[in-house]
Design a protein around this ligand. Structure first.
Ligand code: ADE
Length: 228
C-alpha cells in the first residue's frame, strides 16, 4: 500500500513518523510513504499556493489549479484522493478498515480558510474530518488517518489478535470498547487483579472479558451500541 501526504509543511512530518512504530513498518516495506511539498507545484511568484476569496471575506483559499497539478502527478488507476477538512465525514475505525483495503491513498492537508470548491468537486473522492473542531490545517488529521489505517496493515503491529480485540472493533453484538487490562504487580495499592485472570481458565477469562467490554461500553459510550 502507498500513502502520499500533500502538505505545505513537509518537515512537520519528520519526527512523528521517525519516532513511531510506523517507521519500522516502512523499513519492513509494509507500506510506502511519500511526503509531497505542494509548493513545488506552483509556478507563481514566491511559490504562492493560495489567494483571496472571490466575493470577499477573511483569509486565503487554496488554489484549485495547483492542487490539481499535484494530484494529477500522483494519481494512478485505483488511487483514492482524500481531503482532510473539518466539513468531512468523521474518521471511525470502520472507515479506517475500509481504507486499509485500498492500494493508494493521497491525503491532502487543507490549510487557511479552505480549498477552492472546484478542486473538491473534480478531484476529491472523500473528505475526512477527525472531529467537530477546527485545526489550523489537515496535517495532524492526516497523521491520524495514516496511523489508524497503517496499523491495520498486516505486518505493522505484528499481533492480529490485539487488533481484533481492541476498542471500536466490530465484534459480536456490535461495536464495543476494549475490556480492562492488568499486569504486575498482582496487588497494587491494596487492589488485587481480578481472580479470574489468574485462574488459568481461558474460556471463563474470555467470557469475563466480553462481559467487561459490554459493561464498559454501556457505561462510557452507549452511543456505540446503537451504531451499525
Ligand atoms: N482541518 C482543520 N480542521 C480539521 C479537522 N477537524 N479534521 C480534519 N482536517 C481539518
Amino acid at each position: 500500500m502507498k500513502f502520499d501526504i500533500v502538505t505545505l509543511f513537509p518537515n512537520y512530518f519528520n519526527s512523528p513518523i521517525k519516532e513511531s512504530l510506523l517507521a519500522k513498518a516502512i523499513d519492513k516495506k509494509v507500506f510506502n510513504l511519500n511526503i509531497v511539498d505542494l509548493r513545488s507545484f506552483s509556478n507563481l511568484n514566491h511559490k504562492q499556493v493560495d489567494d483571496k476569496p472571490y466575493g470577499g471575506g477573511a483569509g486565503m483559499v487554496m488554489r484549485a489549479d495547483i492542487l490539481a497539478a499535484c494530484v494529477q502527478s500522483l494519481k494512478k488507476r485505483g488511487s483514492k484522493v482524500i481531503l482532510l477538512d473539518p466539513t468531512g465525514q468523521t474518521v471511525t475505525q470502520k472507515i479506517a478498515l475500509q481504507l486499509s483495503k485500498e492500494t493508494h491513498l493521497i491525503l491532502i492537508c487543507g490549510r487557511y480558510e479552505g480549498v477552492d470548491q472546484r478542486f473538491k468537486d473534480k478531484y476529491v473522492d472523500t473528505q475526512l474530518s477527525i472531529g467537530d473542531y477546527v485545526l489550523n490545517g489537515g496535517e495532524v488529521a492526516s497523521l491520524v488517518v495514516l496511523e489508524t489505517v497503517a496499523r491495520l496493515l498486516p505486518g505493522t503491529i505484528g499481533n492480529s489478535d490485539s487488533l481484533e480485540n481492541e476498542s471500536f472493533s466490530d465484534r459480536q453484538g456490535g461495536i464495543q470498547l476494549d475490556y480492562p487490562h492488568y499486569t504486575r504487580p498482582e496487588v497494587f495499592e491494596g487492589i488485587s487483579v481480578p481472580e479470574i485472570l489468574i485462574s488459568g481458565n481461558h474460556q471463563k477469562i474470555e467470557e469475563w472479558r466480553q462481559n467487561k467490554a459490554r459493561e464498559a461500553t454501556e457505561k462510557l459510550r452507549p452511543d456505540l451500541l446503537k451504531r451499525v
